[in-house]
Design a protein around this ligand. Structure first.
Ligand SMILES: CCCCCCCCCC(=O)SCCNC(=O)CCNC(=O)[C@H](O)C(C)(C)COP(=O)(O)OP(=O)(O)OC[C@H]1O[C@@H](n2cnc3c(N)ncnc32)[C@H](O)[C@@H]1OP(=O)(O)O
Ligand SMILES: Nc1ncnc2c1ncn2[C@@H]1O[C@H](COP(=O)(O)OP(=O)(O)OP(=O)(O)O)[C@@H](O)[C@H]1O
Ligand SMILES: O=C(O)CCC(=O)C(=O)O
Ligand SMILES: [Fe+2]
Ligand SMILES: [Mg+2]
Length: 338
């Protein structure tokens, strides 16, 4: 464990507890993207000026809310992530803060922890080997097109979608990641999601509803699925069923960058293999925390705080913001607000 950093984070947390919540800020649709001296109409809202994206790629993201970059992460790196994932599952390494999840259909089975039971690991920011993903220059080069130069890694996940046991619990309901986030503006947040193998509809690829990033954050709740739903897998109840869905077929190393308001999910895994992907949410450190009281995010905030208090043994002192301060980590530039 990196004591100075973890210590510093704990200090931030403790210093912050008991203080009044920061006032809610109003998310600005276009935050600092325009030169104040310019009177040109805003052409781009979801991407920053940069020399990385082609005009065509930029327009695609603006219009659709996602962008796939083929073959971005090397086989060597993916092999290293896979090996570290297996070490974590075998409990050979126990990085502080990590959350290991089993599929709800397997949760009650008393199997030993193994890579055949774990459906997802989250919060790998203290695992230097997996956290390399969040530091890869080829990833950050694209991330910066959305966040600007001061970049926080907010949340890492390695998703090991298990073969569906017939209850469809391997599905991830349609959702917007912003539901989980108490910071804004949303346009300065982006998810990078890298396929660790060939992924298509058979093993449960990502499904996106193009253009939905232009809408607002929708209320989320547990879907009423007969076979059960995984803890915290909230979904959108009232999305437009006629909204076109796009299944993202990806090869090993391909990476999709997507906006936190983009409605997405993933289908059931009909194969016998565990479908693997690694991802991280990044945000500008210029983002600001918001108070989610009285908003549709109250339900998830309550759940996350309850879980975090159980995990860290605090009672009644944490808020949603604190849980995010613990896990976010600067990857480039300067730490400002979050
Ligand atoms: C905060 C997330 C921010 C995400 C932002 C980006 C967007 C991400 C969108 C998502 O991915 S949403 C899904 C995120 N999911 C989570 O964050 C869930 C985190 N998971 C956990 O904290 C643990 O895996 C969990 C608390 C569910 C269980 O961990 P434990 O180590 O305590 O497991 P254990 O095997 O001891 O089981 C304890 C209880 O939990 C139950 N359980 C285990 N896995 C479960 C599961 N997957 N679903 C439902 N219940 C589950 C298990 O059956 C048992 O129930 P009982 O108490 O009734 O016996
Ligand atoms: N009828 C539905 N109502 C609500 N959400 C759905 C429905 N069908 C699929 N989804 C959601 O859409 C996403 C993926 O759908 P997809 O159709 O790819 O998966 P699937 O139904 O499991 O598999 P397939 O259609 O290939 O048999 C998942 O988030 C899934 O939960
Ligand atoms: O890999 C997947 O199935 C998608 C997961 C996802 O969207 C999420 O965890 O937020
Ligand atoms: Fe998601
Ligand atoms: Mg379907």
């Amino acid at each position: 464990m990196n004591l100075p950093r973890a210590g510093a984070r704990l200090q931030i947390l403790l210093g912050h507890l008991g203080q009044p919540s920061a006032p809610a800020i109003v998310a600005q649709p276009v935050s600092g993207l325009a030169s104040p001296a310019s009177f040109h109409p805003e052409q781009f809202q979801y991407t920053l000026d940069n020399n990385v994206l082609s005009l065509e790629q930029r327009k695609f993201y603006e219009e659709n809310g996602f962008l796939v970059i083929k073959n971005l992460v090397s086989d060597d790196d993916i092999q290293r992530f896979r090996a570290e994932f297996e070490r974590i599952c075998r409990e050979e390494v126990k990085p502080p803060g990590i959350v290991i999840m089993r599929d709800v259909a397997l949760a009650k089975q008393d199997y030993m922890l193994s890579d055949r039971i774990v459906s997802k690991i989250q919060d790998f920011q203290e695992d230097e080997e997996l956290f390399r993903y969040c530091l890869l220059p080829e990833i950050l080069k694209y991330v910066e097109c959305f966040t600007g130069p001061n970049i926080m890694a907010l949340h890492g996940m390695l998703i090991n979608k298990p073969p569906d046991v017939g209850k469809k619990t391997s599905r991830h309901p349609l959702h917007q990641d912003l539901h989980y986030f108490p910071f804004r503006p949303s346009n300065l947040i982006v998810c990078a999601w890298t396929a660790m193998e060939h992924i298509d509809r058979n093993n449960g690829c990502l499904v996106v509803l193009p253009g939905t990033h232009k809408g607002t954050l929708k209320p989320h709740a547990y879907p009423k699925w007969e076979g059960g739903v995984n803890k915290m897998y909230h979904g959108i109840q009232d999305y437009d069923p006629n909204s076109p869905r796009v299944h993202l077929v990806m090869e090993k190393g391909d990476t999709v960058f997507f906006h936190p308001l983009l409605i997405h999910g993933s289908g059931r895994n009909r194969t016998q293999g565990f479908r693997k992907a690694i991802s991280c949410h990044f945000g500008s450190s210029d983002c600001q925390f918001i108070d989610v009281s009285g908003t549709s995010q109250e339900n998830i905030a309550k759940e996350v705080v309850e879980m975090a208090e159980k995990k860290y043994g605090f009672q009644g002192v944490m808020d949603f913001k604190d849980t995010w301060m613990f896990r976010s980590r600067l990857v480039k530039g300067e730490r400002i607000n979050i």
